[in-house]
Design a protein around this ligand. Structure first.
Ligand code: PAF
Length: 299
């Protein structure tokens, strides 16, 4: 493992360069960033993850790599975003494999601290009303926890660009709002969802599914695809058709199925929309969404 940064860090890394620099504390990250200052006009990008990296993360990293002179990947399972009955302790942790993937993808720096806040932060970012709907309705405080760590990691990594996946649509909307409302000097870039050949959106949580459950969850992408296929017939038809698909799969307990604005998640019936779904399969909660255009004003 390389331990010190040099001016060579400023050249976009290639897979032949071996493993990325690893920082495991704020001080180590600071020192790496200070000893490899960016040239004028150079771009630093960050991809934030909780590890257990899969092809969805690879896509984020590749998209970021293509736009950045210096690329940082953060790996931190953030306790602030897990509720008391959620899966913090069983969340998959695969640091060695994650570092190898980052090496193959030419990441410059991996920031993988065991802790970010020495004590739970007393002052936190509030997601406001947008954090209480959809995912927030069944995961109180989740988005406050996400935004608090994202804000902290943005300060620590000091990026020009930060890349987030469209699969976590509500997270993406909220991160964009935070960066806008609180004037962070970072551009947020959205990256399309990566799907398995059978349509399932890639997620670290898919690892919890049994073979049987892995079959049942396909009702989620199927419901979204059916929704898109009837989008021309309007919002009611989309919701009815998609919910029929979910209801037909006994292993799936749908939590919500909604049409919402991609900008602020307000309910929409015309124009550009996200069809969002959340469901439980066994004890695993999964989310997915797809973009569609409903007939009407902008459609
Ligand atoms: O999307 C995730 O993996 C997490 O919510 C994030 C953005 C890394 C914050 O912990």
């Amino acid at each position: 493992m390389a331990t010190s940064a040099t001016a060579a860090s400023l050249r976009p890394r290639s897979p032949d360069d071996g493993e990325p620099e690893l920082a495991q504390s704020r001080a180590e990250l600071d020192s790496l960033l200070d000893t490899s200052p960016l040239a004028a006009n150079a771009t630093r990008a960050v991809v934030m993850t909780m590890g257990a990296l899969h092809a969805g993360h690879t896509e984020l990293i590749r998209t970021a790599r293509a736009r950045a002179d210096q690329l940082i990947v953060t790996i931190f399972v953030n306790p602030l975003q897990f509720g008391p009955r959620e899966d913090l302790s069983r969340y998959p942790r695969t640091l060695d494999a994650d570092l190898r993937l980052c090496g193959r993808e030419g990441v410059d720096i991996v920031f993988a601290p065991p802790i970010v806040h020495e004590t739970p932060p007393l002052v936190r970012v509030s997601a406001g009303p947008l954090g209480e709907i959809l995912e927030g309705a069944s995961r109180p405080g989740h988005f406050d926890g996400v935004l608090t760590i994202v804000a902290t990691l943005l300060h620590l990594t000091r990026p020009h660009l930060a890349f987030f996946g469209k699969k976590d649509a509500q997270q993406l909307v909220l991160v964009r709002r935070m960066v806008h409302d609180l004037a962070f000097p970072t551009e947020i870039v959205a990256v399309p969802t990566v799907r398995a050949p059978d349509g399932l959106a890639l997620s670290s949580r898919n690892a919890y599914l049994t073979t049987h459950q892995r079959g049942s969850v396909l009702a989620l992408p199927r419901a979204l695809a059916v929704g898109v296929s009837v989008a021309d017939e309007g919002a009611d038809v989309v919701l009815a058709a998609a919910s029929e698909v979910l209801a037909a799969e006994p292993g799936v307990r749908a939590d919500y199925l909604r049409l919402a604005s991609p900008d602020d998640l307000a309910p929409v019936r015309i124009g550009q929309a996200l069809l969002l779904v959340a469901a439980r399969v066994g004890t695993t909660r999964l989310i997915d969404n797809i973009e569609l255009t409903l007939p009407g004003e902008d459609g």
